[in-house]
Design a protein around this ligand. Structure first.
Ligand SMILES: [Zn+2]
Length: 260
């Protein structure tokens, strides 16, 4: 099902990952985000696998670049968001009544404390790394680093929006989903910086030379050279530009490109 080749394959695969897989990974992440580094990497690998299937990217592609392409963030980043949102709910007594005892743990009398900013929470003293990274000590540290405009939000929705704005959460670009499957994969690989171009392969130690085989020995074969400059592709490039000329720039003189 994940490998179905439809017009919006990337969008559909990402949507399915968000709905059916990531929701499972997110379950109780407020608590389990304190797991070992080994398990964190294993969980993140599930998301990475979904990104590779969605984009058709080569396996060695950098993880951050992949996530940016499909508009996802790392699970670690999501866990931080979820912890902060949960802390907000506790602080504002929005949690269920049977958890009301949690409220007293973070709402202290702060009159005797000299905080640089309002709305901060007293840090909890820790002795072990495990407790230091667990719920309460870790999100309180994150909370105290939030801008006042975020921590003083008047509702959960406002808090989430302000948090997303501060952290510049990735969003997918619908334009990337347009086109046919194979062409989309080639475009994606060019954007991700790992395609069959010499410069991309050279950057990942997959090729001995970064220079273009079709030009003189000193011309680097990167995306710009391949799409706009390489003389080997002048004819298909002019055909392409003539077809899209009315969209990008009606006044452009395509024939000048022959001289490049
Ligand atoms: Zn060339």
């Amino acid at each position: 099902m994940l490998r179905s080749h439809s017009e919006n394959e990337m969008y559909l695969t990402t949507f399915m990952h968000r709905s059916f897989i990531r929701s499972l990974l997110d379950y109780t992440d407020v608590i389990h985000d304190n797991c070992s580094k080994f398990n964190t990497v294993k969980l993140e690998h599930v998301q990475r696998r979904a990104c590779i299937i969605a984009t058709g990217a080569i396996r060695l592609t950098k993880h951050e670049t992949l996530l940016q392409e499909v508009g996802l963030e790392t699970l670690k980043s999501r866990q931080r968001h979820h912890r902060l949102v949960y802390l907000y709910k506790i602080k504002n007594k929005l949690t269920p009544s049977f958890r009301s005892n949690l409220h007293s743990m973070i709402n202290h009398n702060t009159l005797n404390y000299n905080f640089r900013r309002q709305n901060q929470i007293i840090l909890i003293r820790t002795r072990t790394t495990c407790f230091y990274n667990s719920f309460f000590p870790a999100p309180i540290r994150d909370w105290n680093n939030l801008p006042l405009v975020v921590s003083s939000a008047i509702s959960v929705t406002c808090f989430k929006n302000a948090l997303n704005k501060t952290d510049e959460v990735n969003t997918s670009k619908k334009l990337y989903s347009l086109g046919h499957s194979y062409e989309k994969i080639l475009h994606t690989r060019l954007r991700l910086g790992l395609s069959r171009l010499s410069k991309h392969l050279f950057n990942y130690n997959l090729c001995l030379s970064k220079f273009c085989d079709h030009c003189d020995g000193n011309t680097i074969e990167d995306t710009e050279h391949y799409l706009l400059k390489c003389s080997h592709y002048t004819t298909p490039r002019i055909t392409l530009l003539l077809n899209v000329k009315h969209i990008i720039c009606p006044d452009i003189n395509i024939t000048l490109l022959r001289d490049l």
